[in-house]
Write a protein that binds this ligand. Structure first.
Ligand code: MG
Length: 386
């Protein structure tokens, strides 16, 4: 087979996680379209070595290499090495590192002027203003992988931004949409990790159960599409067929639909908006009828309104919102706080936080550390007392 010379050079950050693995599936499926030239993983050296061998990746790095552990051949270690790979010459840098750990390599890729295909909503939430300013300076574009934002991107293509009246993010409602509210205190990590429609990594799955995920996505949408918070809405849609929709000023509504499969938004982002054949499963709307939509119950899911208020407050409040949530999810999965304490902990952190208005990377990292410390201080040994 003769390969065309127009293959897109891909750097993959977070190569061994859920999104990273599915990105590898897409790259392997279209070898004449994509070339994996750099890969970074968190701590799974064996999985990274397998990816390097499978794709003949030129450069790899492991962020958290255990002291003395054998690295894959040619693999560098540490965050600085990860940032160097993020800044490699590439057509697209796919960011699939979970959580706030993605910020330094994302900024390195942006500063190098690459197109960023991001699955890590936390980076935009914690540092949206900084990320957008740096992207404007470097001429870097940011395209979404998150399924809802990919849907909005698709619905908005070719449209005049001034003609948009509302962006509506859909949410499955997660595993606890119909669970009696008075049993939320006894929800276990295993129950919260069983998502009904999407197969995802553990952090985003817990976030889906609290709907913190949708809260983070409201803030992500604000930054990705320059949309005021008043024009971003959330609807529950349990089967996740409609991935989001846009309402236009003339009354028209455009929705993007599909059988849930992250490889579709991943492929679309890696190909910079070009549609590749046969990526996802076939959808016939007659097979999924009727489609159900519900309003968000604010008593059951207070995370969405909390995110909106953090977003509207602006500055470093979304950063604290994200940091406190990440730490509360860690505490919950470690048995150090209850499921129904996650959102109140984040709310308490936001109430206690005083923003000093700076928007440098140092200020972002300081606010991130403050939010984490607040939650740690309020959860260690606190479950019994709360
Ligand atoms: Mg999503």
């Amino acid at each position: 087979m003769t390969l065309p010379t127009s293959r897109r050079r891909v750097v993959l950050l977070g190569a061994t996680g859920s999104i990273g693995s599915q990105a590898c599936d897409v790259i392997a499926r279209f070898p004449n379209r994509f070339e994996l030239v750099g890969a970074v993983a968190g701590s799974d050296g064996a999985a990274l070595a397998a990816i390097a061998a499978r794709f003949g990746v030129a450069r790899t790095a492991l962020v958290h290499a255990e002291p003395g552990a054998a690295l894959p051949a040619g693999c560098a270690a540490g965050m600085e090495a990860a940032c160097e790979i993020a800044a490699m010459e590439a057509d697209v840098v796919c960011v699939a590192i979970t959580g706030a750990a993605a910020i330094r390599p994302t900024l390195a890729a942006i500063d190098a002027g690459a197109t960023i295909a991001t699955a890590t909503k936390e980076v935009l939430v914690m540092a949206g203003e900084l990320v957008k300013a740096r992207a404007a300076t470097a001429g870097a574009r940011i395209v979404p992988i998150d399924s809802e934002h990919s849907a909005l991107w698709q619905c908005l293509r070719g449209e005049d931004p001034a003609s948009v009246s509302r962006l509506v993010l859909t949410a499955s409602g997660g595993p606890f949409l119909r669970r009696p509210l008075d049993t939320f205190a006894s929800i276990t990590p295993a129950e919260a990790l069983a998502h009904p429609t999407w197969n995802m990594g553990p952090k985003v799955t817990i976030d889906s159960a609290t709907m913190m995920n949708k809260g983070l996505e409201v803030i992500e949408a604000h930054f990705l599409f320059d949309a005021p918070y008043a024009s971003i809405d959330v609807a529950i849609h349990p089967t996740s067929i409609v991935h989001s929709w846009v309402e236009f000023q003339d009354g028209a509504v455009v929705a993007q639909m599909g059988i849930p499969d992250m490889r579709v938004p991943i492929a679309l982002a890696l190909a910079d908006g070009e549609r590749l054949p046969g990526v996802g499963p076939h959808l016939d709307l007659r097979d999924v009828s009727p489609l159900e939509f519900l309003p968000v119950d604010g008593a059951r899911f207070p995370a969405v309104a909390l995110a909106r208020s953090a977003g509207e407050r602006g500055g470093l409040a979304p950063c604290v919102f994200n940091a406190a949530n990440e730490e509360a999810v860690t505490a919950f999965t470690a048995g150090q706080c209850r499921f129904d304490e996650i959102v109140p902990l984040v709310s308490e952190a936001l109430s206690a936080f005083h923003d000093h208005g700076a928007s440098s990377l140092d200020a972002v990292l300081a606010a991130d550390a403050w939010g984490r410390e607040f939650v740690r201080t309020n959860t260690v040994g606190a479950t019994v007392a709360r």
